[in-house]
Design a protein around this ligand. Structure first.
Ligand code: 13P
Length: 248
């Protein structure tokens, strides 16, 4: 049984006080207890939000991390720093980081390994551009991203990894992949994992869909066999919308 996981990726939004406000609204409501709920908040809010999540089942995620434990990397945040706060998950390789901050499959791989070493569960983002989908090479692109991201990662760690399939053309555009398209790609990703590892991991790994997930499309997405949850951007900034998504 794969436990559904719905995560809000706040991206570069919310000061500390705004973060507290949003998380207090979310936790004040009854949330679907069949779903693992995660909030991925900005670095500056992590410490405070961890305290506000105490006594709830909501998990905390960072949106990025460096792969080294410490050192001369001005402006970076290390896994040790996240671990001390008590972060459960870390988003790794989001397309915005790949696009604007030159993240590569190689750095994604190093970050995943480092997160696992520190018991931080990676939410690994993959997905194709519009051009790649138009050229019908989306499966090759995604397969290549997975092979490189998972290179050298032992099968014992795979159960701690969540994959987020986020087609870049659907992020922040209001253009969702149809539930059939999303389901097909999540199934494809599952097969890639099956071929790299084994049948058990293929069946157990959790795969989220992300890209313009809203209260009005979550149900249809979650009904699909291969989709185990969602990584939600814009709609996770509005408490009511995020609650409606979690309570699909
Ligand atoms: P939107 O839900 O705003 O399209 O963002 C998706 C996303 O990038 C989540 O990580």
């Amino acid at each position: 049984m794969r436990i559904p996981i719905i995560a809000g990726n706040w991206k570069m939004n919310n000061t500390i006080s705004e973060s507290i406000d949003l998380v207090e609204k979310i936790k004040s409501r009854n949330l679907n207890n069949m779903v693992e709920v995660v909030v991925a908040v900005p670095f500056t809010s992590l410490y405070e939000i961890k305290k506000h999540l105490e006594g709830t089942s909501i998990k905390l995620a960072a949106q990025n991390m460096h792969w080294e434990d410490k050192g001369a990397f001005t402006g970076e945040i290390s896994p040790l720093m996240l671990k001390e706060i008590g972060v459960d998950y870390c988003i790794i390789g989001h397309s915005e980081r790949r696009q604007y901050f030159n993240e590569t499959d190689e750095t994604v791989n190093m970050k995943i390994k480092s997160a696992l070493k520190h018991n931080i569960k990676p939410i690994v983002c993959i997905g194709e551009t519009l051009k790649e989908r138009e050229e019908n090479i989306q499966e090759d692109i995604v397969k290549n991203q997975i092979i490189k991201a998972f290179e050298g990662i032992d099968k014992i760690y795979i159960k701690d990894i969540v994959i987020a399939y986020e087609p870049i053309w659907a992020i922040g555009t209001g253009k969702t992949a149809t539930s059939e398209e999303a389901n097909k790609m999540c199934g494809f990703i599952r097969n890639v994992i099956g071929n790299m590892y084994d049948e058990e991991l293929k069946n157990n790994i959790r795969i989220q869909y992300g890209g313009s997930v809203k209260p009005n499309n979550i149900k249809e997405l979650m009904e699909k066999e291969e989709i185990d949850g969602a990584l939600v951007g814009g709609a996770s900034l509005i408490a009511e919308d995020f609650i409606d998504i979690v309570n699909y």
